[in-house]
Each structure stands twice: as C-alpha cells, then as structure tokens.
Design a protein around this ligand. Structure first.
Ligand code: PLP
Length: 786
C-alpha cells in the first residue's frame, strides 16, 4: 500500500463528503473517509471475485441475522494493512484506536446464531468459497442496553447514524416483493467480505424495504399528511427493526412479512443470475445453486422458489418440487420447543395466499409418499407440514431439504436420537453434523494482537491464521518457562486493557491481578446465569464468615442482554446487580472479590472481554446449549472452560483434555434418567448454603422494587420444578470452583493448561466448519482470484 496515496485518498474523501480538510474533521468523519479510501482499494478485486464465482456453482447463506460488529479493524486485518495504516494515521496525528472506537456495531442479530452467520461470511471469503450471504438491512439492530440502578432498560440502536461507508447501494438490482395487500421495493446493499491472505472479496447482500412511491401526491394535496405517507411507512417498517415484538397479531404479521421479504428478494436475485446464464432452462438449477437455511426463519424460501418456477417460469409443480429438493439444506440450531417456528395458517393466508396453496400442495405430496411407505395416520400426523392449522417450518425444511445438520456432535446426536428421531429413521441420509466455529481473524488476530504476534514469533510464520490447526505445534513449549511466563504476561496485559476500558465506560475499578471469571452470552434461564449468581453469593457468605479464607482475589464479570419481554431474564439481571452492589460495597470483603455486570454486551465489547478471561463460564443445563461459540472464543484466547458437558464444551475438552478444564454437573444421560422424578425441593432443603442463597430472593436480603420478580424466580426453582436443574448442580458447581482456586495458585501449571487450550483450538476455526459445509453439503470447491 502506497502511504502517500492513502493519505491523499483519505483527504479527498474528507473533502468531497464533508467539505473540510482532514485537520478539521471529527473522528466519525475520519472513520468514513478512511473506510471509503480502503473500500476503493478492494472494489476491483470484488468485481473480479463476482465474475469468477459466476462461472460455477454458488452457495447462498440465508439468514435473518448477521451479528457483524465493527468493520474497520477487521477489514484492516483482512487486507493485511493494519500496522501500515496505523502508521499513516500516526503521521497525520490521528489515533487509529479512537477511530475504531467511534464505529457503531452492526448488531443485526441477537446472539450466537447471528454471530455464526458473520463468522461464516468471513471464513467463506478467506477459504475462497463462492458463498454469498443474504439478509435484511434492519435500520435498527438489537437494542442498546442501559443499566439503570442495576436493571436493564432498552434504547433504540441507531447503527447507521454516522453512515455506512462499507455498503454499496445497488439501485439497479432492486426487486419488487409482493404481498396480498401491497408491494414493496427490496433494495440491495452489498457489504464486501474481504478474504485474509487472498484477493477474494465475497458479498453480503442485505435488503432494505422501500415504498414504490415516495408518497401519495393526491392525499398530500388534500392535506392528509399522515395518510399520504402511509405506504412509505408500511414499506419501511418491514426492514425497520430486528425481531419486532410479536406478542400481538400485528407484530406476528410484521415478522412474517420480514421473512417473506428476505426470501422472495433473495430468490428473485438468484433466479435473475440463473436466467442470465441459462435462459429459462431450470434443469441445472440444483447443480448451480445451493441455499443454506440458517434455522427456520428463511424456510419460506422453499415455497417461494416453487411459486416463482410454477407461476412465473412455467415449470410443472412436480418438477419445481424436484428442483427444490436439490437446492435447500437446513441447519437446526436448537431443541428448545419455543424456538421451533410454527405459523398460523391464517396469517400466511392473509399475507400470501398463493404460498399457503403451495405449502398445502407440498404437504399433500408428502403425505402420499408416507402412505406409500406404509405409515399409519398417527405417524403421518407427526410428520405433516400443516397440522392443527399451523405450518411447521422445521417439517417443511426437513422434508424438502436434502441435508439437515446440527451444530455440534452432541446436538446432532440428540436430534437423531430423540428430538428428530422419527425424521432420522425416515431420512437417515439427510442428517449430518457441522460443529460450529469462529473466525480466528476477528477473535484472535484482531482482538488479541499481542498473543497473535507472539504465536507468529514462536511458529516463525503467520500461516496459522489461515490454517489454525498449526497451533498444535505450540504444545512443544509445554515445559518452556519463558514461553509460559510470556503467555501469562500477555494475559495480564489484556486484563489491564479491559480494566482500563471498564474504568472508563462503567466507572468501576477492577484488579488485573485477580482471577477474571467471565460469563458473557444472551440472558436465558437455560444458560443459568442465576446459578453462577447463587455461587457468587454463597462465596461472599463464606468469606464474610471467614475473612481469611484461602482463595485468590477474584473478579466475576457478567455481560448479557435480556429479551425485552422476558420478565424472568430481566429479574436475573436485577438480582446480579443487587449482589454486585452488596459485594462491592462491603469493606470487610475489601479487594478479595468483585462482581460487575457490564453494560451493553455486544461484539465489540466481546473483543475486549474474551482475551482477558482466565475462566470461561459455560454452565448451561446439559442438552440445552446446541453448541455455543463464546466457549470457542475464550478457549482460543487461553481461558480455561468451567462448564457442563454440553454443546461444543464436549468437543473442547476432547481436544484440550478434561484435565486442562473444569467440567462439572449433570450430564444429558443423568438428566434423562432423573426425568420427571426430579424434586428440586429436596436439594433446596438438603444443603443449608444453597437454601440461604435461594432464600435471599425472598427474605429481604435484596429488593426487587416491589415487583414480585424475585419471588417469581424463587417459585420457579422451589415450587415449579426448577426446569433447568440449578439446584441439582449447585454442590458440584462449588466443588469445581474449589478446584479452580486451588489450580490458580500454581501459576506455572495454569499457564500450561492455558497453552493446551490455545494449542488445541484449531478445530474450532470457522474455516474448518465452512469447508465442511462446502464439501459435504453444497458440493462446492474454492475459486481463488489470481
Ligand atoms: C459469540 C457471541 C455470542 C454467542 O455466545 P454463546 O456463549 O455461545 O451463547 C453472543 N453474543 C455475542 C456478542 C457474541 O460475540
């Protein structure tokens, strides 16, 4: 990269966009000018990549969520110019870090599922796979969380307020999406996904919904201003917010509209590229296109493809269904019943009656196939796509999809053995496992530049960033004191950086010499943040009784957003806040322990938290966390997993060995065995320390502001069966924590365990995952731009 040219380019964009010189520009203006200057560097490669990919089979990832985070730092890493650009900016008296920090996260997702989609985009580009993402360009992503006196408040997320310099709007490729009541324009915004180590630039295409006309001129003239703008508002509402509240019918309709909007626009786009190559010959459609459905949200793509082929392209229904059966593959992300989507027939009929007709037709053909196979009526009812006037999206996806995958070995086994057992018996050949992964660019190379540089020094090459299993070679340093000391020194640096950041944004002082124990993830009862909270409160009680207790200084960090309508999750946030207040303000406890719930956990905050952790808390009820990916980010950055035998934790300890992590609690088999016989009250009454912390919910120790929320939490555990087995796992949790404290005393051994985790994290690169999708599902090989 030519330094002078870059300076000129930044200056130029500052001038044409803001009419000022760089010297006068605000940070966000510099951010935009710099981003445009960098975009200019990759646009030619981007065009070349598109042309190259158009020559063969392509895969499309359809996802309602992309939790992208910030673009600038990641793109600098991918382009291989981070240090150079930092120098250029230094020469201009600009601090790159400040410019990075001004960028808003693109938070177009809720949690793991959306972040997985983002990691897959990065890995698709870096492994040179013809993969394009499709999604929705929500004007407002996941809410911003404000903590007010320990409770969560939500504020609208305005990620576009400083502009979106990395996206290119393609007006000429807009398509029209039709609903029964009105039609809208879907306008694509393309984001470049820049490969690390090659020239490839993949595309994430996000659709924005706009009105066909800007307003109704007649009504406006009649001075009916609100009515005149109704069509504009209706259209723009479709891509206004991620997952609108759907507790009422209007919300459900909006969400269903969003889903159809996304799949209809994407399929019309795919069909347009197909026709440009093959005219109206659709016989090769499945050889040219593979569509991965990220959970059930985009499953309407199936009847939409058939609708377009039948109604607009004169294909016979039977042939259209056969084509669809070669195109779609479905990823299942959860076995939680509430997350398996079902839509009322009435809602579908209201918005797109033709789609309902097609679903009915598919169901009819399916039932005939089952009858031919000799299934009886009762069995058929379990498979049927439409049942009790509801469309079961997973059933539609599994019947038509040619592949169905779970997201970790244990999860896929549970699907085959229990949740989808009948389907597995019907179509054993469709079921596959694809253990999730994370991109080592963002989650190591960018967010832990100190560790990355050291690994490169030790291995003598940076090729591990593209081929993460090379980290295995680090094992040879297992007894090398200098290496172990350096690893611990880097961890200390990352803890100091995090502490400084937390001091700045939260106003709380943390001790970087203490053990950092971190639980960051969406707030959900099955993830059991409440169990962690009970443990912390019990530790506090013991420390009060015995202030000279022999434990290392410890800092417990939480970060989590609770779904706005999820009352219990919000109560748990409040409870943790109350515990933090009590512990942190107690002079007797002094510096021994500290608790903090950080505000607005999101991708960019995660980049500071994961590298600073000593302990990664992964304590979901066994069988409930399909995979988890936060666990992998921690592992790669040298934290030890404190977790249950669940999701990808199982594979983490397989790779890094159980003795280098802390596994505790009930396993899936145990929970199955206990079954309906579980009596949480027995556990509650049997252990006084447990009873004491559970009673703290209701005995006046803490205040929930008179809402009764803490009483409700208490009831869920003691009187309503404790669905997630918190009380059953409490004692094992405590014992495992004792082992952590004992292990932390031996810093050398701790460093060895940490090294083993880093060295064995290679398999959790999403490069490995995406190549498995490409080979084993899509039948696609890499294509590299020369
Ligand atoms: C990785 C990630 C998640 C997923 O975390 P889990 O612990 O796997 O649930 C959620 N949110 C953000 C911001 C993430 O980066």
């Amino acid at each position: 990269m030519n330094k002078e040219a870059l300076k000129n380019s930044i200056n130029k964009y500052c001038k044409v966009k803001y009419g000022k010189s760089l010297g006068e520009a605000k940070d966000y203006e510099i951010f935009n000018a710099l981003s445009l200057a960098l975009l200019e560097e990759v646009v030619d490669d981007w065009s070349e990549t598109k042309a190259l990919y158009n020559q063969g089979k392509k895969a499309y990832y359809l996802s309602a969520e992309y939790l992208m985070g910030r673009a600038l730092g990641n793109n600098l890493i991918s382009m291989g110019v981070y240090d150079e650009v930092k120098e250029v900016l230094n020469e201009l008296n600009i601090d790159l870090n400040a410019i990075e920090e001004i960028e808003e996260d693109a938070g177009l997702g809720n949690g793991g599922l959306g972040r997985l989609a983002a990691c897959f985009m990065d890995s698709g580009a870096t492994t040179n796979i013809p993969l394009q993402g499709y999604g929705i360009r929500y004007s407002n992503g996941l809410f911003n969380q404000k903590m007010v006196d320990g409770a969560q408040m939500e504020e609208v997320d305005t990620w576009l307020k400083y502009g979106d310099p990395w996206s290119i709007r393609k007006d000429d490729e807009a398509v029209i999406v039709e609903f029964s009541d009105y039609s809208v324009k879907a306008v694509p915004y393309d984001m470049p996904i820049i490969a690390y180590g090659s020239k490839n630039v993949n595309t994430l295409r996000l659709w924005q919904s706009e009105s066909l006309e800007s307003f109704d001129f007649d009504l406006f003239n009649k001075q009916e201003y609100t009515e005149a703008l109704k069509c504009k508002n209706d259209a723009e509402n479709i891509s206004r917010v991620l997952y609108p509240n759907d507790s009422k019918e209007a919300g459900k309709l909006l969400r269903l509209r969003q889903q159809y909007f996304m799949v209809s626009a994407s399929l019309k786009d795919i069909i347009r590229t197909h026709k440009a190559k093959f005219g109206s010959d659709f016989s090769s459609f499945g050889k040219e296109h593979a569509v991965q459905l990220n959970d059930t949200h985009p499953v309407l793509a199936i009847p939409e493809l058939i609708r377009i082929l039948v109604d607009e392209e004169n294909v016979k229904f039977k042939d259209a269904l056969s084509i669809a059966k070669t195109v779609f593959a479905y990823t299942n992300h959860t076995i939680l019943a509430e997350a398996l989507e079902k839509w009322d027939v009435k809602l579908i009929e209201k918005l797109f009656p033709r789609i309902l007709e097609i679903i009915r037709h598919i169901d009819f053909v399916f039932v005939q196939e089952l009858e031919d196979k000799g299934y009886d009526k009762e069995a058929i009812n379990e498979f049927k796509i439409i049942n009790y006037n509801q469309v079961r999206m997973a059933n539609l996806a599994i019947y038509v999809g040619f592949a169905v995958n779970g997201v970790a070995a244990l999860h896929t086994d549970i699907l085959k053995d229990t949740e989808l057992h009948n389907w597995y018996e019907l179509y054993p050949e469709k079921f596959q496992n694809k253990t999730n992964g994370i991109t080592p660019r963002r989650w190591m190379r960018l967010c832990n530049q100190e560790l990355s540089a050291y690994i490169t020094e030790l291995l003598g090459t940076e090729s591990w960033v593209n081929n993460l299993s090379e980290l295995k070679q680090l094992e040879k340093y297992i007894d090398d004191e200098a290496v172990l000391n350096k690893l611990m020194a880097i961890k200390k640096t990352k803890k100091e950086q995090l502490a400084a950041y937390i001091k700045e944004v939260e106003g709380v002082e943390l001790d970087p010499n203490s053990l950092f124990d971190i639980q960051i993830k969406r707030l959900h009862e099955y993830k059991r943040q409440l169990l962690n909270a009970f443990y912390i409160l019990d530790l506090y009680n013991r420390l009060k009784a015995n202030p000279s207790m022999d434990i290392p200084n410890v800092t417990f960090i939480f970060g989590a957003k609770a779904f706005p309508g999820y009352v219990r999750a919000k109560a748990i946030v409040k409870f943790i806040g109350e515990i933090a207040k009590k512990v942190n303000n107690d002079p007797v406890i002094g510096g021994k322990m500290k608790v903090i719930f950080v505000e607005n956990y999101r991708v960019s905050y995660g980049e500071k938290l994961f590298p600073a952790a000593d302990i990664s808390k992964q304590i979901s009820t066994a069988g409930k966390e399909a995979s988890g990916t936060g666990n992998m980010k921690f592992m790669m950055n040298g934290a030890l997993t404190f977790g249950t035998y669940d999701g990808a934790n199982v594979e983490i300890v397989q790779e890094a060995k159980e003795e280098n992590n802390f596994i505790f609690g009930l396993r899936v088999e145990d929970i199955e065995q206990i079954g309906g016989k579980y009596n949480s009250k027995e556990y509650y009454e049997a252990d006084l320390s447990l009873k004491t912390v559970v009673d703290a919910l209701v005995d006046g120790t803490f205040c929930d502001g008179g809402t009764g929320e803490f009483q409700d939490l208490y009831n869920s555990l003691v009187n309503e069966g404790d669905t997630y087995f918190l009380l059953a796992d409490f004692v094992a949790f405590k014992e495992a924590e004792d082992k952590v404290f004992a292990a932390y005393k031996d810093q050398k051994h701790w460093a060895q365990m940490s090294l083993m985790n880093i060295a064995n994290s290679g398999i959790f690169s999403s490069d490995r995952t995406i190549m498995q999708y490409a080979n084993e599902i899509w039948g696609i090989t890499p294509k590299t731009v020369k």
